[in-house]
Design a binder for this molecule. Structure first.
Ligand SMILES: Cc1cc2nc3c(=O)[nH]c(=O)nc-3n(C[C@H](O)[C@H](O)[C@H](O)COP(=O)(O)O)c2cc1C
Length: 327
């Protein structure tokens, strides 16, 4: 798939997740086959006010695959400024505009994210302002609309395309649905039929079969996986392999699993320091443990993982599994 002039070699993409898709996790997913990775959403107001933490979120490491830096906000002038800042200061290959976040703080308080889907003309203005001030291709990630009565996705996607968007990612739920029920992929198919630019299908892809179904049912150009990659970054190469051969790749061995957990830890320490790494890895480690088969011992491991303090704790918890399986 090409996003304007940028070639994305694998059709599996890591979706943006605030609090999850930091540099470390993006590197891990890139190394395990994600053809493209999205950052956590970055505030355009934070960039405008030169907030140091916000600026640091625009850093992209050399080990990452093609990377989309996702920005969120409401005001078109701030989008223009952010596009300029990112073009000049970030190594990302594309800029993505968040038109999907349902969180009250974003969608209600700051009228950003999925709130933008309520005003289709404004979408056009925001995309135009971003494209005009960016040296990188601009994409948009959208939900289907605000609620079931206002399914604006097709109009929104069309106007984004007309104003210069180079690809659209669609999560098949409305804002009202949050994460409930099943994603409705039929709108992704309709958008694919309507648009000339690439369409990326998103929502509820968790394994090889659901990835295949998304392609078959929608004709989308690539798939985006978010929650399915939590604790399971192997999902990208597993899906790639299945799509190419029709066969399932063996699950990672325990040794490989442990090696990736340790590498993830060392990357978080490298980019965030040990204090933050502890907090970050507590959540990530619990997800990793959730993918192991021996559920009985995993329960104990998860309890311990939520309290880790340093690599020695990580090694000790990994050994709990080892000893249990051997014993
Ligand atoms: C913890 C979490 C954080 C998320 N943060 C973002 C975000 O920053 N930007 C965004 O566009 N979507 C965000 N999403 C939505 C996902 O990218 C994705 O659209 C949604 O989870 C559906 O895909 P999935 O079924 O593959 O998870 C987030 C989802 C989760 C679970």
């Amino acid at each position: 798939m090409f996003i304007k002039n940028i070639e994305v070699k694998s059709k599996t993409i890591l979706g943006p997740m605030a609090g999850v898709c930091d540099t470390a996790f993006r590197i891990i997913c890139s190394e395990l086959g994600a053809g493209m990775v999205y950052t956590e959403m970055v505030s355009i107001e934070g960039l405008k006010h030169k907030n140091l933490r916000t600026e640091s979120m625009t850093y992209i490491a050399p080990e990452e695959s093609i990377t989309a830096l996702q920005i969120f906000g409401e005001d078109k002038e701030s989008f223009a400024k952010a596009a300029k800042y990112v073009s000049e200061n970030s190594e990302c290959q594309t800029i993505d505009i968040n038109m999907g976040c349902p969180a009250p703080k974003i969608a209600l308080k700051s009228k950003s994210g999925s709130s933008l889907l309520r005003d289709v003309n404004k979408i056009g203005e925001i995309v135009k302002a971003t494209v005009e001030n960016s040296t990188k291709p601009v994409t948009v990630k959208m939900r289907l609309g605000w609620d079931s009565k206002t399914l604006t996705i097709l109009e929104a996607a069309k106007i984004a395309e007309e104003n210069g968007a180079s690809a659209i990612a669609i999560h098949g739920r409305t804002r009202e649905e949050m994460y409930r029920g099943n994603a409705d992929w039929s709108w992704i198919k309709k958008a694919k039929e309507l648009l000339k630019i690439p369409v990326i299908g998103n929502g509820d892809i968790t394994d090889e079969e659901s990835a295949r179904d998304m392609f078959e049912q929608t004709g989308c150009d690539a798939i985006m996986i978010s929650r399915g990659a939590q604790g399971n970054p192997w999902i990208f190469r597993q899906i790639d392999h299945y799509l190419a051969t029709g066969e399932k790749l063996a699950r990672p061995t325990f040794e490989e699993w442990a090696q990736v957990v340790r590498r993830h830890w060392s990357l978080v320490v490298k980019y965030k320091g040990e204090d933050l790494a502890n907090r970050e890895m507590r959540k990530q480690f619990v997800w990793y443990i959730g993918t192991l088969p021996k559920k009985e011992i995993c329960k104990q491991m998860k309890e311990e993982a939520s309290k880790i303090n340093g690599i020695n704790d990580i090694n000790r918890i990994i050994d709990m599994y080892n000893l249990n399986v051997e014993g």
